[in-house]
Design a protein around this ligand. Sequence first.
Ligand code: NDP
Ligand code: MG
Length: 356
Amino acid sequence: MILLGSTGSIGVNTLAIAERFGLHVEVLGAGRNIELLNRQIKRFNPSIVVIQEARDRPIVDHPRVLIGQEGIMEAIREAKSDLVINAIVGFAGLRATLEALTCKKRVALANKESLVVAGAFLDSSDIIPIDSEHFGLWYLHDITRPIERMLITASGGAFRDWPLERLQHATLADALRHPNWSMGRKITIDSATMTNKLFELLEARWLFGEGNFDAIIETRSLIHALIDYRDGSTTAHFARADMQLPIAFALLGSVQERIVDRVDLLECGGLEFRAIDPERYPIWSIKEDLLRRPKRGVIVNAANEAAIERFIADEIGFMQIARLTLDAYAHFDVEASEVDALFALDEEVRRWVKER
Ligand code: NDP
Ligand code: MG
């Protein structure tokens, strides 16, 4: 496989599955965590390594090191593997997805931003999502019966139980305290704002086609997806909050062994469901509009990434992330008509958010 984002949360879990099932890792792509990358090189012996910055090249223990976005594209083209695992975070992962699909390779996609931004231009039949909710939907999805609604669950993130008036004083450290999942920094912030769930609804829309998608909070993250069938039945996918399960399916196709311990319902005792409140999660106010006009995902994504950068730099407060994103969404009432236009629009929206 070609693994991009190997040093991240999904990357490390992917390598755990690769090791357990003896899968060959032809390419390792990382950002700037060279110390971990070097340990991965030793263990997995890839033919090609890609890193983000040329200045790190001297400390990488490998004879063939490619650099940056160009390096990622070259590695995808050159490698023999026909499976690309894209676990890069953010818009930076989009070119890898595009290149992999152009090269007719299958993409196991953790980088949901690719679908959020460019879903209209991607052929999803070559995409296998690495996201617990979409894995859950896929697991439940039975097209022999008419489906009325597909539901995904949210944990509610770090602030689901905070008094509303405290939210504007929330710090980065507070936002990173996720109740159920251990994940990278950006997606953990996206969980606290509920933007992650908005993105997952778009992701579902591009993966499963037009339909009725929605989300609710399930506070334990033991149910990841539910499907309402027209006959009145609802099915639910229960599994422990562990990404190795969707990753194993994405890498192996079918799974014959135990990957995670089963959810013990007696031990769990009870479950709690809540509606997603737009007062606590203001980004939720554009859900209907965005699902109607999913091509505008690029605007939400760019604004959100730029706003998160400003939050991390301590220039804006937590609630400003959603505020700036909503302002950008209102200001840029446009849709890109082709892939190239996405890159220009992304840049323009980022600049706008940085200047607010
Ligand atoms: P992390 O922040 O843990 O990891 C991101 C990875 O991408 C790291 O290997 C990082 O390198 C690398 N990277 C960052 N920027 C660049 C760049 N410009 N070029 C090349 N590589 C880069 O994130 P996660 O693993 O949590 O998330 C990855 C993706 O998967 C996200 O899109 C997220 O939304 C999605 N996802 C994650 C889940 C999870 O459980 N973590 C669940 C479902 C989806 P380095 O660290 O070396 O700098
Ligand atoms: Mg998810």
